[in-house]
Design a protein around this ligand. Structure first.
Ligand code: GPK
Length: 829
């Protein structure tokens, strides 16, 4: 029941909240206040972490008035809004972003200086919230930034993992995972709201009962967990708007504990508490390869159930007619992870609100939309009926009924085509009876979208063709994007200033304006300035890698960068073969080191802890690096650097320094890629396959400014159909043979031929991702890269054109597309 509004009895209680004064003095006062009254220390005795926290609190205070106001307005205006449901948000550091959004960067810098503090020292202290694995989680973070910047009513919902993505270290070149205890020193950006906790049930049984003559079902859970929300500010850029990211944390239900306490089993009660709190303990580190673990399903249900209830309770007035729910909300499903929200909403509407099934289903089908992020069959989540039925028995019943009605409709339309019906069933029978979450999402979603043109096309034609036929108009595309605030303004301040100098300030929120740089590409003076920015970014990266990892980046090298999760389909192995080919040429004496274009290769990649082949490839990259970097015959002209623990913070330094962006997945495997966009916007030229958003990047920047290689997706299909034998490619290509033989010889493993043997035999006899088939084409493209790089001025021109023509890849544009094609949620100013 909504409580009556409190009565203001003091004049200050109704005064508009305005926040502290925007002046250096005001900031200093606020900062010292926070240091004294929140941290409880004097400046003279404060630790760096005290100062960081006080600074963060101060920035928060400036945003607070707007945040409170926007929360109030979002409730009051009753406009349709987006609930973005995502198991991952890979946010990156918050301090700089929030300073920028609030226009406080200069004031805070001066204020800290006035206190004798270098703000840069405090920046370094922030531990980034790594609540995501890779592209999918980072996309969610870019999207909430754009939603706030575009004043779209929206809330991001997710999980507050106590441990984010693991910290990666290397021991003898092999990946070791360490827990990411990001909350240890406190997170100043979050606001817990235990009073708004939700109770989430699990297990138990279902029963039918008679409700005044109406037969109904209900779920009697076996145990419950409390979901406590933590709110995070999501400030828009210079628009005074602050949206909310709401992440749920699991706490044991006291009622449940009491029962056991009363039975006298203290130890069991504590164990139960640990059991409950495990739910939000750790982010699953598998990217694109879900593990089907019970705890993961618990996480998924936990956060979506809490989110749906939260929305229904706090965003709608008590007398709201749920028949109108589609006018008020769209739940966007970020991949299949939150899809269990579909039967949950049905359960709420039918079992709890007493709605008729058909009415509830009609509403549900308008309230969800589904984004697919992959084409890999192993990435499409399936939950065994056994597990789902044990954990969520009522939801399983609901899924069965949805499926029955769906298949009946399919039969009506296509006749008793049993093959088709088996192919379209939400319930799969092999290898075990399980629920295909992507099918459930497709049936329930008002719209289904892929994340790049090619991906959306393949999704319709190859993955879900029957569904496309059955649901005309349901499938659409929204090409991914990245936020220019974090990835240009913050990560590349030199380039940002240069752009503003040339074009004025509007580009940060209207990235298509970068087109204006095309004319400047012809201006030698501008090219010189642009080249100087790139050189400065390389020096900045060099400084970071020196202090972080003890690396020295050589001057005058082309920076050739491949950063992304380690996955065979992304083909880090192809990059390794290129490096080994160059090295083998020098080591064998066939190529003079002096004739090799100096290059520094930078890798960044985490492997899922259980992904053995990926970990072997990491080991190999490090092993090749050790040998190549130390061999005097190379004369320092090739250098392989693999800084451990690639994350958003490191990405912000690496990407702006890059000359060459490696986007070399097998065509048809990378749904979109978003790193590719960040590089193009930083003026790196791409060497890439016709895959994911690379296709659109190339179309926009032009063939002259992009190094295309490799088979197209139809060519890949044709080669599979014909029968792919990687060893044929090995036999036919001398360079390839030499490279693979060198790895097989033990040259990178102290003479031990067994260390990398599994990689070699995988390439020769399996090679699912056709590394060998694309090798020759890749090497030829790299030769074109070398030739192009030799003309520095022409390269810089291409580089400028990459920036000028990549404005399309702003996540603001993606969000505009979501609004137009899927959400229909106009901005509310
Ligand atoms: C796709 F299926 C998945 C997944 O589990 N995790 C993930 O990061 C990525 N993705 C795709 O691999 C990228 O191509 C894409 O750009 C990104 O999602 C965002 O859409």
């Amino acid at each position: 029941p909504a409580s009556a509004a409190p009565v203001a009895t003091h004049p200050l209680a109704v005064a508009p909240v305005t926040g502290p004064p925007s002046s250096v003095d005001g900031f200093v006062r606020e900062f010292l206040n926070n240091l004294n009254y929140e941290q409880g220390v004097a400046l003279s005795s404060s630790s760096p972490n005290d100062r960081y926290l006080a600074l963060a609190y101060t920035v928060r205070d400036y945003l607070m008035a707007r945040w409170l106001e926007d929360q109030r307005r979002q409730r009051e205006v009753q406009a349709k809004g987006v609930c973005y449901l995502s198991a991952e948000y890979l946010l990156g550091r918050q301090l700089d972003n929030n300073l920028l959004a609030a226009r406080l960067t200069d004031i805070a810098t001066e204020a800290m200086a006035a206190c004798g503090i270098d703000i840069d020292d405090l920046r370094q202290l922030e531990v980034e919230p790594g609540l995501g694995n890779g592209g999918l989680g980072r996309l969610a973070a870019c999207f909430i930034d754009s939603l706030a910047t575009m004043s779209v009513p929206s809330t991001g919902y997710g999980l507050r993992y106590e441990y984010g993505i693991f910290r990666q270290t290397f021991v003898d070149g092999e990946q070791i995972e360490q827990p990411d205890a990001w909350l240890t020193l406190g997170s100043p950006w979050e606001f817990p709201h235990p009073e708004a906790a939700q109770t989430i049930g699990f297990g138990g049984y279902t029963e039918k009962y008679d409700d005044e003559g109406v037969a109904r079902s209900r779920w009697v859970p076996g145990w419950t967990v409390q979901a406590v929300p933590y709110n995070y500010m999501v400030p828009g850029y210079h628009n005074g708007r602050v949206n909310t990211l709401r992440l749920w944390s699991a706490v044991a239900s006291s009622a449940f504990d009491l029962r056991i306490f009363n039975a006298g089993d203290y130890a069991e009660a504590v164990r139960a508490q640990t059991f409950a709190e495990n739910i939000s303990k750790v982010l699953y580190p598998e990217d694109s390869t879900p593990q089907g673990k019970e705890l993961r399903l618990q996480q998924q249900y936990f956060f979506v159930a809490a989110s749906i209830h939260d929305f229904l309770e706090h965003s709608l007035s008590p007398d709201f007619d749920l028949a109108n729910l589609p006018d008020r909300v769209i739940f966007q499903l970020n991949d299949t992870h939150p899809v269990i929200a579909v039967p949950e909403l049905m359960r709420v509407l039918v079992d709890e609100k007493g709605m008729k099934w058909d009415a509830a289903w009609a509403i549900t089908q308008q309230c969800f939309a589904y984004t697919c992020h992959t084409l890999l069959p192993e990435a499409l989540e399936m939950w065994s009926v056994d597990l789902l039925g044990r954990l969520l028995p009522r939801h399983l019943e609901i899924i069965y009924r949805i499926n029955d009605e769906f298949l009946a409709a399919v039969r009506e339309r296509f006749g008793d085509d049993e093959m088709r019906i088996r192919n379209m069933s939400i319930i799969a029978d092999f290898p075990e009876r399980s629920v295909r979450m992507a099918f459930l999402a497709t049936v329930a979603g008002a719209k289904v979208n892929g994340v790049a043109e090619l991906h959306s096309q393949l999704l319709r034609e190859k993955v879900l063709p029957d569904f496309d036929e059955f649901y005309p108009g349901k499938f659409t595309n929204v090409t991914n994007g990245v936020t220019p605030r974090r990835f240009v303004r913050l990560a590349n301040p030199g380039l940002a200033s240069l752009i503003t100098e040339a074009l004025g300030a509007g580009w940060t929120v209207d990235l298509e304006r970068l087109r204006g740089l095309e004319a400047f590409a012809e201006d030698p003076e501008f090219r010189a300035k642009f080249a100087e920015v790139k050189a400065a970014n390389k020096r900045r990266l060099s400084d970071v890698l020196r202090t972080r990892d003890g690396f020295e980046v050589s001057d005058g090298h082309m920076l050739d960068v491949m950063v992304k999760r380690l996955h065979e389909y992304k083909r880090q192995m192809l990059k390794v073969l290129h490096i080994v080919t160059l090295y083998e040429g020098i080591a064998s004496g066939r190529v003079a080191a002096a004739d090799v274009q100096p290059r520094t290769f930078i890798f960044g990649a985490k492997a899922a802890p259980g992904y053995v082949m990926a970990k072997r490839i990491i080991h190999l990259i490090n092993a090749v690096g050790s040998v190549v970097n130390a061999d005097p015959r190379v004369e320092g002209r090739l250098q392989v650097l693999f800084p451990p623990n690639y994350n958003v913070t490191l990405a912000e330094r690496v990407i702006p320094a890059a000359d060459l962006s490696e986007q070399i997945s097998l065509a048809g495997k990378e749904a979109s890629g978003t790193g590719n966009m960040k590089f193009a916007l930083s003026g790196a030229l791409t060497i890439g396959t016709d895959d994911g958003a690379n296709v659109e990047i190339r179309q926009l920047v032009g063939d002259d400014n992009f190094f295309l290689f490799g088979m197209t997706e139809p060519e890949v299909e044709a080669l599979w159909a014909k029968g792919y034998k990687p060893s044929d490619f090995y036999q036919a290509d001398e360079g390839l043979r030499r490279a693979i033989d060198l790895i097989a010889s033990g040259a990178f493993s102290g003479g031990d031929r067994s260390t990398f043997e599994p990689i070699v035999s995988n390439l020769l006899y399996d090679d699912r991702f056709m590394v060998l088939a694309d090798y020759a084409s890749y090497i030829a493209a790299q030769a074109r890269v070398d030739a192009a790089y030799a003309d520095q001025d022409a390269w810089t021109r291409s580089s400028i054109l990459n920036v000028a023509r990549s404005g399309f890849f702003s996540s603001d544009r993606s969000i505009r597309d979501y609004i137009d094609r899927i959400w229909h949620t106009p901005p509310v100013l």
